[in-house]
Design a binder for this molecule. Structure first.
Ligand code: NAD
Length: 257
């Protein structure tokens, strides 16, 4: 797939899946805009590294996806948005009666509301360009539930619903909107859940990985950021032009159970 001449904005992409998706899009020729809420030298260095490796233009733009105005400003500052990947996300694990209000609000804002703001800002640009691809990184938890993750699961189900709605609103235009639903991918977000999950289940790290995380992933393997990047590139290809409003699971069989 040749995405040269296309600009891709990937929210939450200085780490994990977002960074992996940005690398694969750049390898396919897209100019990528990396993002997170920090503004460190290493954030800009990641963009410079991708530019050097792929010969594409890669930039880093700071914007906090928990703030609606900053989500919209990210798209405007980028100046173009042919491909939008809503990926920024955080997690907190606790029973609902002990779920901290600030964590609830942050998860709903970053994991769900940010996609509303970025899509609202990006769609007019896609319409003006006559082409657009929106890829929302949801989760197997956008289709199923697990205990102790109420905010995350509410947000991810919301993203799946928003994806279908935007697909219907753009169905007669050269724009598609889909969600990718990964199972477990070993990224910093997943690493950070291990201690709390060990506490909730009173289990060792190894047992949490095998018996809790990968318990529902029949392949018993983590998905990789490269596989998620490859799936995103596919959704940007001509072969995927009639794929819209759907979810693609990259979950080792989780949702087949
Ligand atoms: P990660 O922690 O490695 O990456 C999350 C990214 O979001 C980081 O770049 C972080 O800086 C950014 N971010 C966090 N808060 C932000 C904010 N306020 N503004 C801007 N950026 C912010 O985690 P990951 O596993 O790569 O997760 C990426 C996405 O994939 C998330 O939406 C997550 O829910 C989803 N996901 C992950 C898995 C998994 O197993 N890792 C499974 C399913 C879905």
């Amino acid at each position: 797939m040749n995405l040269s001449g296309k600009t891709a904005i990937i929210t939450g992409s200085n780490s994990g899946i977002g960074l992996g998706v940005a690398r694969e899009l750049a390898k396919a020729g897209a100019d990528v805009v990396l993002n997170s809420f920090t503004d460190r030298e290493e954030d800009h260095a990641l963009a410079a590294e991708i530019a050097q490796e792929t010969g594409t233009k890669a930039r880093y733009i700071k914007a906090d996806m928990s703030v609606g105005g900053e989500c919209r400003a990210l798209i405007e500052k980028a100046g173009a948005c042919d491909i939008l990947v809503n990926n920024a996300g955080i997690q907190h694990v606790a029973p609902i009666d002990q779920f901290p209000v600030d964590k609830w609000d942050a998860i709903i804002a970053i994991n769900m509301n940010s996609a509303y703001h970025t899509m609202a800002a990006a769609l007019p640009m896609m319409r003006a360009a006559g082409w657009g691809r929106i890829v929302n990184i949801a989760s197997a938890h956008g289709l199923t539930a697990s205990p102790y993750k109420a905010a995350y699961i509410a947000a991810k189900h919301g993203v799946v619903g928003m994806t279908k709605t935007v697909a219907l609103e753009t169905a007669q235009e050269p724009i598609t909107c889909n969600a990718i639903c990964p199972g477990y991918v070993l990224t910093p977000l997943v690493e950070a859940q291990i201690p709390d999950t060990m506490k909730e289940y009173d289990m060792s790290r190894e047992d949490v990985i095998k018996n809790v995380m990968l318990e529902r992933q029949p392949s018993k393997e983590f998905a990789t950021v490269e596989q998620l990047g490859g799936t995103t590139v596919f959704l940007c290809s001509d072969a995927a032009a009639q794929i819209t409003g759907t979810t693609i699971s990259v979950d080792g069989g989780w949702t087949a159970l």
